[in-house]
Design a protein around this ligand. Sequence first.
Ligand code: GLU
Length: 304
Amino acid sequence: MQPTFRFAPSPNGALHLGHALSALLNFEAARRIGGSFLLRIEDIDTIRCTDDKIAQMLDDLDWLGIRWEEPVMRQSGRFAVYAGQLEALKQQGFVYPSTASRKDIQTAVTNWQNKTGKDWPRDPDGAFLYPRAMLSEKESDKGDVAWRVDMQKARQQHTAPLIWQENGPLSPFYPRCASIDAMPAVWGDVILARKDCPTSYHLSVVIDDATQGITHIVRGQDLYAATSLHRLLQTMLGLPAPVYHHHRLLTDIGGQKLSKSRQSLSLKALRQDGVTPNQIRSLIRWSDADLEAFTSKEPAAIAP
Ligand code: GLU
């Protein structure tokens, strides 16, 4: 199978040094093992993701010396595909409609915590797990429902051990190419299609990785926990499992992860200040050691 890598930015802000590391790793790893490198624009948030931001991203990547194969996939043109896959999950009874607002969840959990004196569990992103049993869902005639995965049912139906092949630098004590046990239940009944959008990051990312034939997912360690959920969704939808490589994250001087929301220095601003692509490589501490994990003898992808 042709190794295929991708860089999949969400154009709701400008690319920063963390993106440069991710994009370069994918691009250089593909070159090293003779694979393809594709781009995907994750613009399901059609309000915050604008054409200007997308054009700027492509320009920044080109300036870094990154070349990709056409066509560039854009998620905003694929809502019908996601709706079709969601429909399949509905037919199997793996998702259910939910009208509860963030405030409803907050109120229910706060009441429970006050009554019991205990903490309600949170998902890896820090959000409260959906307290399904505490909420009486209202019927909605306006179609403003979100669709949540029925985690308990999904796990009961898919009892085979759920694993992924991790090729990234987990810790100095871990060998590379570890087989990791996925733990999707830590996400609870997560939203797969939002009220304002017929999909979610989690649903579209697994569908599109399969559509683009991605064999190697190289992305930041901040998405490590999400991979458990992605493996479950791949199993539910009958999609193949790529090999994963969660790479180191860049932090600012205070040790915080770089992020668009914290206005981390953008590639655009650095370019305007006269920084060169080679200097970007120094700033992200680019080293060929980052590519050591990529050899032509990659572990085979796991069957669905
Ligand atoms: N679109 C996601 C982001 O910009 C990355 C998705 C992925 O690599 O799986 O954070």
